[in-house]
Unconditional design. Structure first.
Length: 369
């Protein structure tokens, strides 16, 4: 009896002193394992007389139960302490905002350009492109600009240094040179990266960057332009008006758009006109399709016979119309951006505010995101 009490006292003390789960497990094996001290005592009951078993059995079983309970209690205490320590070390403060996640955005200019291309593509226009660096013939002469026209002067045009042969290149002031290249005969052997010339009928749009020495809230030295060209037989100014009216209704996503044509002058079209849209300027913003004010948004007209002849086409057989729109300016009007210069300022905050998600639902007017 004294030996059992001493063994229980010793085991209880060691269990209470165990500092980790490994120590508790070692004590369990030592006391209750197959060859443990208490297990050996239980085995000895078989060698005892019936009277001894009746006396010692309850005491040994009581010792086993007491030690097992102490081991389970100590194990639970140590597991809870270990979990608390782990939680304290790996705690995440859910009250803090998540770190900002940088996501790419579609620039408003590219969004606007995609919408414009989609509208004209639905009307059967193809796409043509050309070089940003042009020569005088394609940028001016072929488009019926007189030799002393003000647009040739330095205050409007970015001229490049004279070449080895004395020819001066320039940054194109409009995308109209691509119209010239499209109208020129296909046997000009144009480089593959320039839109190939083709015979009429022609129906193309020409998007791209253009450059002019001008900068204020509504003008930038580099901007994006989209021009259109249609060449066929029996083309009239009425075809031009229908094309531009249809474009405005679809682009601004309202059938309430009202337009008007005002006579104007462009060297490459005759007759020429500027087109206004009816708008409301109240409240510090411009709202298209309502109000009683007018806003000029584009220019166009019937292709000048001299331009047709300069491009190798018979002006007595072919005629057509051309027009030009500022991509950045139309985007600013549609989405309410006040200053065109912000579109080229490379300000990530501005782009996060005005940019478009590449994964947003398609625009019902254009079919584009």
């Amino acid at each position: 009896m004294t030996d059992l009490i001493q063994l229980q006292t010793e085991l209880m003390a060691r269990i209470d002193a165990a500092q980790d789960l490994a120590a508790v497990e070692a004590l369990r094996v030592e006391a209750l394992g197959k060859s443990g001290s208490i297990s050996e005592l239980l085995k000895s009951l078989g060698r005892m007389s019936p009277d001894e078993r009746r006396e010692q059995g309850p005491k040994i079983n009581g010792l086993r139960d007491a030690v097992a309970t102490a081991l389970a209690t100590r194990k639970a205490i140590l597991e809870e302490a270990e979990l608390d320590a782990k939680l304290a070390a790996e705690r995440v403060d859910l009250t803090l905002p998540p770190p900002p996640e940088r996501r790419g955005r579609v620039h408003p200019t590219m969004q606007t350009l995609d919408e414009m291309i989609a509208v004209f593509a639905d009307m059967g226009f193809g796409l043509a492109e050309g070089p940003d660096i042009e020569d005088d013939f394609h940028n001016f002469t072929a488009l019926n600009f007189p030799p002393k026209h003000p647009a040739r002067e330095m205050h409007d045009t970015f001229w490049l240094p004279d070449g080895p042969t004395g020819e001066r290149k320039l940054l194109r002031t409009h995308t109209s040179p691509v119209q010239v290249r499209v109208m020129q005969k296909a046997n000009e052997k144009l480089p593959s990266w320039i839109a190939n010339g083709q015979e009429p009928p022609i129906r193309v749009i020409v998007p791209g960057r253009v450059y002019r020495s001008d900068s204020d809230a509504t003008h930038t030295p580099m901007f994006h332009q989209l021009e259109g060209l249609v060449i066929d037989r029996d083309i009239t100014l009425g075809h031009l008006k229908w094309t531009l009216d249809t474009f405005c209704r679809r682009f601004f996503e309202t059938d309430a758009v009202v337009t008007r044509f005002r006579p104007h002058h462009f060297p490459f079209t005759e007759p020429s006109a500027e087109m206004d849209v009816q708008c409301d300027r109240s409240g510090g913003s411009i709202k298209i399709g309502q109000g009683s004010d007018w806003l000029e948004i584009l220019g166009g007209g019937m292709v000048h016979p001299n331009v047709l002849r300069n491009c190798g086409l018979d002006a007595d057989e072919w005629q057509g119309f051309a027009f030009g729109l500022g991509v950045d300016r139309l985007g600013a009007l549609k989405y309410g951006m006040p200053d065109l210069r912000d579109m080229f300022a490379s300000d990530v905050r501005w782009l996060e505010h005005w940019g478009f998600s590449a994964f947003q639902a398609p625009n019902p007017a254009t079919g584009l995101s």
